[in-house]
Design a binder for this molecule. Structure first.
Ligand code: SF4
Length: 369
């Protein structure tokens, strides 16, 4: 394990996450994430990934690393796998995120929708075996197959079934499963031909109370931009770093009134300072009653106060890395139980080996995939 895994866990624990209430785990200890990533990457169009705003932004901003790899481009696919591997039918899948991550969750929804379009719908083995030509033709017409009535679908061989299924899936991928079902659902006999097995849930973004926290330089806060403050940093480092924080760019001189709403320092005040300091900062800024130096110093005082107990707990956990590793192992074990269940469902939807086994042992008819 890279040492950062333990360090990040130490930060989580010090910040107050309780491993009894939250399952905290290491992705690399749950190999099912990588497997789901691979399968999702097969259905994700390249253009979707190239258009992700944070991808383009990082290519423009990060110059000391080569980001031209699939690993970096495909990161949103891995992120999707990380989220939806914990899908449970009937349970909303909610992801608490900052503003800049909302588009990633939206992309995850698109990827899941596309994956489900391919694999959620099958033909019912029993209904297909007894299907009337008229209903099969109607189904193909719903899938916009030209001259469906002229297709020779009988005898109902596995090949005929594959043809029908691939036409339906092609149509569903194009228009979306909900739209397809909305058109088909009133024809009960046609609907009876379909089997819909829920595979993965579409995640939803939940904005946190502070959906946007800018970095020291006003850009998105990111370790790769070097514009963040670590929980382990000393008071002196915090003061030195916040002293040079970007402020309202229009406030050039001490006598110029400023606008706290466009100032990263004020965003940080909102996180760490009490209401009276917030009021003092906003009013002082707008009236030029205070200077940026004293405003930043007040914010740094409150940040240091906020961080002090976390840093103390951090030191305690740092002294006991073995205990931290035990907590990671225990959390990863718990997470894996759920990931294994999802992957069993996903593998069956994609490859259909259980159905095939049943069919070959005489326990069913032709596989639906
Ligand atoms: S006074 Fe404070 S809020 Fe206003 S621009 Fe300066 S640092 Fe920002």
């Amino acid at each position: 394990m890279r040492p950062t895994g333990i360090e990040i866990m130490v930060d989580y624990l010090a910040a107050g996450l309780d491993p009894q209430k939250s399952i905290i785990f290491l992705q690399s200890q749950v190999p099912e994430h990588a497997e789901l990533h691979l399968l999702l990457s097969m259905v994700t169009p390249l253009g979707w990934l190239e258009r992700v705003p944070t991808y383009k932004e990082a290519l423009e901003n990060v110059k000391d690393k080569d980001l031209h790899t699939y690993g970096f481009l495909g990161y949103p696919v891995l992120q999707t796998a990380d989220i939806v591997i914990y899908s449970k039918e009937g349970t909303p899948l909610v992801v608490p995120v900052g503003e800049d991550q909302v588009s990633h969750v939206e992309l995850s929804r698109e990827i899941v929708r596309r994956f489900n379009s391919f694999y959620e719908v099958r033909l019912s083995d029993e209904a297909f075996a007894a299907a009337r030509q008229a209903n099969l033709v109607r189904l193909l017409m719903f899938a916009y197959v030209p001259q469906a009535s002229r297709l020779a679908l009988h005898p109902l061989t596995p090949e005929a079934k594959t043809t029908v299924l691939s036409e339906i899936r092609r149509s569903i991928v194009k228009e979306g499963l909900d739209n397809f079902l909305a058109r088909v659902s009133e024809y009960k006999e046609v609907m009876a031909l379909l089997r819909i097995d829920k595979v993965l849930c579409e995640p939803e973004a939940m904005l946190t109370q502070t959906p946007r926290i800018p970095g020291l330089d006003g850009r998105k806060m990111s370790k790769s931009y070097g514009n963040a403050i670590a929980l382990s940093e000393s008071d002196a480092d915090i003061r030195a770093k916040t002293k040079v924080m970007v402020t309202d760019p229009a406030r050039k001189r001490r006598s110029d009134p400023g606008n706290p709403d466009v100032c990263p320092v004020y965003d940080w005040h909102k996180l760490f300072s009490p209401p009276e300091t917030l009021k003092w900062s906003a009013e002082g800024c707008r009236t030029a009653g205070i200077g940026c130096i004293e405003c930043k110093a007040a914010m740094a005082d409150n940040l240091i106060k906020w961080i002090a107990p976390i840093r103390e707990r951090r030191v305690e956990y740092e002294k006991n890395p073995r205990r931290v590793l035990e907590l990671i192992d225990a959390g990863s074990k718990r997470a894996r139980v759920e990931a294994v269940k999802t992957m069993a469902r996903v593998r069956e939807a994609v490859f259909g080996w259980e159905r095939k086994r049943k069919e070959l042992s005489g326990g069913g008819t032709a596989a639906g995939a």
